[in-house]
Design a protein around this ligand. Structure first.
Ligand SMILES: [Zn+2]
Length: 106
């Protein structure tokens, strides 16, 4: 069985794919992210995971406005706080979604 591609399964996949799209040379990719340039040549042909839907992108764009305002006011915010807030938002959205789908009271 062939070994899985370390780039596909690695944490820097998005950054590597963006660099490939920006036509960064394979030698520079290897210098920046480690490994050999052949690894990046092979990875280039691997299928990419599907991106977010248009609707999800639209919602993310709407939500990023208030987030940017907050980050401008609190420039030293830790990314873990943003992730925690997104978790809270996810729970609130689940509740709101359930409520909006609930049958109207008789
Ligand atoms: Zn790959």
């Amino acid at each position: 069985m062939p070994k899985p591609c370390p780039i596909c399964t690695g944490p820097q996949r998005d950054e590597v794919d963006e660099a490939i799209d920006a036509r960064v040379s394979f030698r520079d990719l290897a210098a920046r992210f480690g490994g050999t340039k052949d690894r990046y040549l092979r990875h280039r042909r691997h299928p990419r995971p599907p991106g977010p839907s248009g609707e999800a992108s639209e919602l993310a764009n709407l939500l990023s406005g208030p987030l940017n305002i907050f980050l401008a006011r609190h420039p030293h915010t830790d990314i873990s706080l943003v992730k925690e807030a997104l978790g809270v938002l996810g729970k609130a959205a689940t509740k709101a979604f359930a409520a909006s789908r609930a049958p109207a009271p008789a």
